[in-house]
Ligand binder design. Structure first.
Ligand code: C5P
Length: 300
């Protein structure tokens, strides 16, 4: 018998590299990105119910205040979890509800896919709770409709992402490593960062020049990533000057092999080989900068 409530972690998504390779006529950008997941994240539970509802708790619940009501144009509020649930119900013809509880541990509008990971977790939990299934390609199409990062969050493992987020190729096995995430405590709008981007696009990366072989260890991963960048960093810095000091704070910690911004920012990450260095760095950064959020977790 299924144990209730059903529950799932929604891990932070981190772009170890992110190249912007073009812009489509509809305004979306073509990307080439190595996406991984980190053992720091939100948590979602689902119980059977006649209607659909969402309660939010946890340290960042306040950031979603007013976001969970039944007020959107489609009658589903702005919250991506509710939107995901309604789309899945429509698509599968289910007329059941669910009582969802989201523990929000990740900062919002942060470049680490919190909302996307929550939506992906909701799709997976509700498929189980409602005992419905969609072919994987249909579930990914539904996910893409919710947001460019939702399909890769459904996979939840290291993936090369291209197109606008819909072309997913498994990345090679990555070594054990730790990530330290740092956020300045203020949101940053993804469309605003893409709009502020200047200069030429990166060349599309040939699939065979991506990391293709399993990577031996964390220093080798940092070395491989050194050839790459996050093309949105300069644009994000113009809107959020704290990104420079956050990168410096990470680079200065013992054991930090690489520091870079994730997604459209403002969250930055440091790559570490050892958990004890990563945890010490997160602790020290939180102490030195009480207004910042910092957390350490393993690469998953
Ligand atoms: O799909 P999502 O809602 O996450 O995207 C938010 C915004 O980010 C889009 O409206 C678009 O302005 C920008 N974006 C983009 N190219 C992508 C992904 C997002 O321009 N590949």
């Amino acid at each position: 018998m299924t144990r209730l409530p059903l529950q799932r972690h929604a891990p932070a998504k981190v772009n170890l590299s992110l190249h912007v390779t073009g812009r489509r006529p509809d305004g979306y950008h073509a990307l080439d990105s190595l996406v991984v997941f980190c053992g720091v994240g939100d948590h979602l539970t689902a119980r059977p119910d006649e209607t659909l509802s969402l309660a939010v708790d946890g340290p960042f619940a306040h950031a979603l205040d007013g976001d969970t009501g039944d007020t959107g144009a489609g009658g589903d509020g702005d919250n991506l979890v509710l939107r995901a649930a309604r789309r899945l119900a429509e698509r599968t013809g289910v007329s059941k509800g669910a009582r969802l509880t989201l523990s929000k541990h990740l900062p919002v509008a942060a470049g680490i896919g919190g909302g996307s990971a929550d939506a992906a977790a909701a799709l997976q939990l509700l498929c189980d709770l409602w005992d419905v299934a969609l072919p994987p390609a249909d579930l990914e199409a539904l996910a893409l409709d919710l947001g460019a990062d939702v399909p890769v969050c459904l996979r939840g493992r290291p993936t090369w992402v291209s197109g606008v987020g819909e072309v997913l190729r498994p990345a090679p096995a990555l070594p054990e490593a730790w990530l330290v995430l740092v956020n300045p405590g203020r949101p940053l709008s993804t469309p605003a960062v893409f709009k502020a981007r200047r200069g030429p696009f990166s060349e599309p990366v040939a699939p065979d020049s991506r990391l293709a072989e399993p990577v031996a260890d964390a220093p080798a991963l940092a070395q491989a990533l050194d050839q790459r960048a996050n093309d949105l960093t300069a644009a994000a810095m113009t809107l959020c000057p704290a990104i420079g000091p956050m990168l410096e704070a990470l680079t200065g910690r013992d054991g930090c092999l690489l520091a870079r911004m994730s997604g459209s920012g403002p969250t930055c990450f440091g790559l570490f080989e050892h958990g004890h260095d990563a945890q010490a760095a997160a602790r020290q950064i939180s102490q030195n900068h009480p207004g910042w959020w910092s957390a350490a977790g393993p690469l998953i």
